[in-house]
Write a protein that binds this ligand. Sequence first.
Ligand code: F6R
Length: 247
Amino acid sequence: MRNIMRVYLLQSPGNIAKAVLEKIKETLSKVENPVLGLATGSTPLRLYGEMIEDYKNGGFSYKNVTTINLDEYVGLDGSHPQSYRHFMNENLFNHIDINMENTHIPNGVAKDLKAECARYSRLVTANPPDIQILGIGSNGHIAFNEPGSPFNSTTRVVDLTESTINDNSRFFNSIDEVPKQAISMGIADIMKAKSIILIATGTSKAEALKRMLTAHYAEDSPASVLQTHRCVSIYADESAAHLLPKN
Ligand code: F6R
């Protein structure tokens, strides 16, 4: 099958959020029971803001939508202010008409983490997202698949690298509070999505974006796996794209 990778260079994160929202609405409205794969972190926040505003202005309804998030910190339950469940509820789910039962995030406090990972992987296999939204880490990670993650990995508990712990410490009172592990959808699970939209904004993502697009497909650059997906769109702003070849 032919791989299609489109790169859209837009002026600002605001323009990207609007463009991605249109793509989501166009794709999901063609499907009866759509599945939307979501990410946390700063990157999708503007998009979630646009989704909320659109919904409040009588736009797209999420009544029939199922969402599947990429990851959750190990040890934080959904009421913890830094848990990804809390993040998603606060920044999106509480403001749209989605049925909370149809919103899926790994359970970071499951008694049996291995069983939780296997359950989650089965969930993704049974409900491959029509669109998966991704951010990218400054070290090229997608979800919490750090450099070196096997491309055939499914959902599992991962150790976070020092660079990711540092990046994420801005959300915690101190670096010691940042969890050292997460449950992360594996690379093979992410690749099950029917289409993928990766958003990269800001200069801190420039090197990772360049590597993802121009370096060899290799496990030391997790995002490079997307070179082999059948339908990927990358939305980058000028700062994130400034290291890309001009032609
Ligand atoms: C979040 C996730 C991560 C982030 C990445 C970028 O669910 O899976 O891979 O997308 O760490 O984070 P931000 O957007 O905060 O720069």
